[in-house]
Ligand binder design. Structure first.
Ligand SMILES: *[C@@H]1O[C@H](CO)[C@@H](O)[C@H](O)[C@H]1NC(C)=O
Ligand SMILES: *[C@@H]1O[C@H](CO)[C@@H](O)[C@H](O)[C@H]1NC(C)=O
Ligand SMILES: *[C@@H]1O[C@H](CO)[C@@H](O)[C@H](O)[C@H]1NC(C)=O
Ligand SMILES: *[C@@H]1O[C@H](CO)[C@@H](O)[C@H](O)[C@H]1NC(C)=O
Ligand SMILES: *[C@@H]1O[C@H](CO)[C@@H](O)[C@H](O)[C@H]1NC(C)=O
Length: 481
């Protein structure tokens, strides 16, 4: 008894060393009433398997206002609803960004918000992409009114390197309070220039005044080929911390390069087939809350899912120094990586040595099972502890080698890890809470995120089972230590 008492005193003093329990997770089911209907399911690229459609969520620096953005169920118009960060109930009036095709990222300010979306350019725009293909665009609203709108692609944006559209909005928006600068990292397909017809990605910066700011060594017109996953987080100064998954065999910390060259930091070797690399950052509707910064430090944590890597061979198309690998497993497991600053990985990089059998010996695995893991995210509790989450499918069927899998949903898992990347206690499991929008560290230290309370069927492609219904209610879950 006495020993237990002393132990619990000790763990209270150390803070963050107790494991998560069921009471660490609090849900506010259907708490937020929406003015418009929302379809919570998005079909994945290639497989058509269901993903949670992302609902970006953000809280202002003063902690007094929160916003959630969602795509209208008609698939045009993005709505931004303000909510009370304490009760999570709707407050203020909902703002509609007409023509928006996806809610791609959200930053909350004390006086409003900024939204990343994609939309068709006004008809008659010279050099607009063909067939009204949407273009990435950043909106700023102050006290409910539009202050400015800045195109991040299309005519006039990096014209000499080729013009870019964004048929799907996969990416993220972040903001540096210290620099007063927005950064957006998003998938593009070029429609002029050397990369015309090819999918890649772009990093663009915008000032507080809404001016596109082309920053040498930070902005990028076309970086990672066929980008299948983005992780992006603010830094004190541009370039912000960035990670991409590309179609040649690697995941790069590319803060320095903005691209996929091997003077970046190779986080991981991944088997790539048909442009996919296993939806490491969530695939369609993913690419948020994968990279998180520990408060008031230069350190970051990154979470992704991977099939592992064996048999490193030369990637003859890319040439010397670039590699291919085969997958070690059928389903995917959860991995994490730590960075001491936005340019530097803690521990070894992934190997590029041709002939190496274990191409994943640098990986810090969070799971080891035969279940398939997906929808991995990370967020931080202050400066020394993080929350990693993912979903699992038991007895998975993985029909496509470098894409997602299908099977019986086995739960959403929440694992606390410390700042050295070690697990603290066991993972907590929930079968009715999902992560479907940004995981935000609140003023009081909790981590909260939005989701839709519903049955979650991962056993088949969208449209084969029951048609997902739309909803006008959003739920919020919070994890506290
Ligand atoms: C959470 O509760 C479930 C039953 O509802 C139980 O099986 C499980 O062990 C509990 N987990 C923890 C970490 O307390
Ligand atoms: C991906 O892995 C498979 C084995 O599962 C292998 O046949 C294929 O060559 C790998 N792809 C690449 C690009 O190495
Ligand atoms: C590689 O992945 C594919 C698809 O998931 C699977 O069929 C194959 O068995 C995996 N290879 C190994 C070695 O597990
Ligand atoms: C970070 O620093 C700011 C200002 O120094 C402070 O107000 C805040 O509480 C710190 N946050 C954490 C999580 O330590
Ligand atoms: C974390 O923050 C606390 C105060 O908020 C400070 O005492 C401690 O040194 C910080 N730890 C690290 C690793 O930065």
């Amino acid at each position: 008894m006495r020993g237990t008492f002393i132990l619990s005193l000790l763990s209270a003093a150390l803070g963050a060393s107790a494991s998560l329990t069921n009471s660490s997770l609090k849900t506010h089911v259907d708490v937020l009433a929406l003015d418009n209907a929302f379809n919570p399911v998005k079909e994945a690229y290639w497989t058509g398997y269901p993903h949670h459609r992302r609902t970006p969520f953000a809280v202002s620096p003063d902690g007094k206002s929160a916003y959630i953005a969602y795509l209208d169920s008609s698939e045009t118009d993005v709505h931004v609803q303000e909510l009370d960060p304490t009760t999570f109930k709707a407050t203020g009036t909902s703002v509609t960004v007409t023509g928006g095709k996806e809610a791609g990222g959200l930053v909350a300010h004390n006086d409003g918000f900024a939204l990343l979306t994609n939309e068709a350019m006004p008809s008659g725009t010279t050099n607009a992409p063909p067939s009204d293909t949407p273009v990435a665009v950043l909106y700023r609203y102050t006290d409910g009114e539009q202050t400015w709108k800045t195109w991040l692609g299309g005519p006039g944006v990096h014209a000499s390197e080729g013009l870019a559209s964004s048929p799907d909005m996969n990416g993220d928006l972040v903001y540096s309070e210290s620099q007063g600068l927005y950064g957006a990292y998003f998938v593009v397909t070029d429609y002029t220039g050397y990369a015309s017809g090819h999918f890649g990605d772009s990093i663009q910066y915008v000032t507080n005044a809404g001016k596109l700011d082309t920053i040498t060594g930070a902005s990028s017109s076309w970086g990672c080929s066929h980008n299948t996953g983005i992780a992006f987080e603010a830094a004190d100064q541009a370039p912000f911390a960035s990670i991409c998954a590309e179609d040649q065999g690697a995941i790069w910390l590319n803060t320095k390069t903005q691209g996929m060259t091997n003077d970046g930091v190779k986080i991981s070797n991944e088997n790539t087939t048909n442009g996919g690399s296993g939806e490491p950052m969530g695939g369609m509707s993913g690419s948020y809350s994968a990279l998180a910064r520990f408060a008031n430090t230069t350190r970051y944590i990154f979470a992704w899912v991977s099939r592992g890597a064996i048999d490193v061979t030369e990637n003859t198309w890319m040439g010397d120094g670039y590699t291919h690998v085969s997958n070690r497993t059928d389903g995917r497991n959860v991995a994490i990586s730590l960075f001491s600053n936005k340019y530097t990985k803690v521990g070894a990089q992934a190997t590029s040595e041709v002939g190496t059998e274990d191409g994943d010996s640098q990986v810090n695995w969070v799971t080891h099972g035969s279940n398939d893991c997906s929808n991995a995210h990370a967020a931080t509790f202050g400066n020394s502890s993080a929350l990693v989450t993912w979903e699992e499918i038991s007895n998975p069927t993985c029909d496509y080698i470098a894409m997602g899998c299908r099977g019986q949903f086995a739960g959403t898992f929440f694992q606390q890890v410390n700042s050295q990347g070690s697990k603290v206690g066991a993972a907590l499991k929930s079968t009715d809470v999902y992560v479907a929008g940004d995981m935000v560290t609140m003023k009081d230290g909790r981590i909260c995120w939005p989701y839709v309370s519903m049955d979650w069927d991962l056993s088949q492609a969208v449209g084969w089972g029951s048609t997902p219904s739309t909803t006008k209610k959003m739920s919020i879950a919070c994890m506290s230590l």
